[in-house]
Design a protein around this ligand. Structure first.
Ligand code: SF4
Length: 360
């Protein structure tokens, strides 16, 4: 269930992010957010009542599924979808709910918990700069009011790169904010952006990011891969070669360096389609060798097979390396490569980037 606690992003300057560009940040009055929650409850109650009236009893999922086919409104659709999914999770939008005054955020969280007693996970996005400015007591209060998980965009732990990307935070603030969140009891996911260092800073990006993550030891490290669409502030730099992007294969080398330097106790999760090797996942530190072995396997493949996998992945044909052994899929990818390379098996990296950007 999505609850819009604030609108857009209060920082909105990161050069690799186009999510809220051109949109003004707004705090919303608590009364307005509470009204939204009440409307959601009303819709939930109406769907539940409909289930009883139509003889489904407590089987509300089936009724919710039928509403999804022809919802009377967008709000109905959202609540029906949420009920269909089990009705247990809520998410406070948009980019940084921690920016709310602590008292107001606590009031919203408490109201949500009282109104929807069956919710057992409330998640939100936050910036580490904002978290670093809250006291530990405030974060504990937010946790106790119901916020169970926070997603923070770490992106990198390398100060020069943070500055170049205008992330508005330093490595040291990342550590302070992240540590406080962990200490408060809120489960923390830190997002890392592979490829962000480009050809110039990839080593420092990997090593410094690992250093910062080791200091924080978040519950989850979530991996994303840089994608540069034309609307992004950094696009001009890519266009005039001030920022030179890493190839897929170089990004895998960067990921290896990152993992090699990680010494924290965290779940490493690669849950995004733009990541080339999505199966590089596991619990750190115990699964480190297993994760590196996946990278070894990919890098040991002959050039044609690596190309086949990369293109197959970008074309959404493959998820796992083992699928290279599927003759049907392999053949499909060969045909795509033939078309893209005009027969010489060399696919221009720009074409690969364009395929990737199609995912975002
Ligand atoms: S803080 Fe997050 S949402 Fe805001 S501009 Fe940066 S990456 Fe985008």
């Amino acid at each position: 269930m999505l609850i819009r606690a604030t609108r857009n992003c209060p920082w909105n300057r990161c050069r690799f992010c186009g999510m809220y560009k051109g949109k003004k940040f707004e705090l919303r009055p608590v009364a307005e957010i509470k009204r939204d929650i009440e409307v959601m409850k009303d819709i939930r109650d109406r769907i539940t009542e409909l289930a009883w009236r139509s003889g489904y009893g407590g089987r509300v999922r089936e009724v919710a599924a039928s509403i999804l086919n022809k919802p009377p409104s967008h709000a109905f659709y959202n609540i029906a979808l949420w009920m269909y999914g089990g009705g247990e999770y809520a998410f406070l939008q948009d980019a940084n709910s921690l920016i709310m005054r602590t008292g107001e955020l606590v009031e919203v969280l408490r109201f949500l918990g009282e109104t929807f007693t069956g919710i057992n996970r409330v998640t939100s996005y936050g910036r580490s700069k904002t978290a670093s400015k809250k006291t530990l007591e405030e974060l504990v209060e937010i946790h106790e009011a119901g916020l169970t998980r926070l997603h923070i965009g770490l992106e990198t732990g390398y100060d020069r790169l943070l500055e170049y990307m205008d992330k508005g935070v330093t490595a040291s603030e990342h550590i302070t904010g992240g540590r406080k969140v962990v200490e408060s009891g809120i489960s923390l996911s830190e997002y890392v952006l592979l490829g962000l260092g480009g050809k110039e800073m990839w080593r420092e990006h990997a090593i410094e990011t690992a250093r910062v993550l080791n200091e924080i030891s978040p519950d989850f490290i979530r991996i994303r891969t840089l994608s540069v669409n034309e609307g992004l502030p950094m696009y001009q730099d890519v266009d005039n070669a001030r920022f030179v992007r890493l190839t897929d294969e170089e990004i895998i080398e960067e990921e290896r360096l990152l993992i090699e330097h990680l010494e924290c106790s965290s779940n490493y999760v690669s849950d995004h389609i733009a990541n080339l090797l999505q199966e590089v996942e596991g619990r750190l530190p115990e699964d480190k060798e297993k994760m590196l072995a996946v990278i070894d396997r990919f890098q040991a493949l002959p050039f044609e097979e690596r190309t086949n996998f990369r293109i197959g992945r970008r074309a959404r044909i493959y998820t796992y390396l083992d699928e290279l052994h599927d003759p049907h899929k392999h053949m499909m990818v060969e045909q795509i490569i033939d078309r893209l390379s005009q027969g010489d098996q060399q696919v221009d990296e720009k074409v690969v980037y364009r395929m990737m950007e199609g995912f975002i």
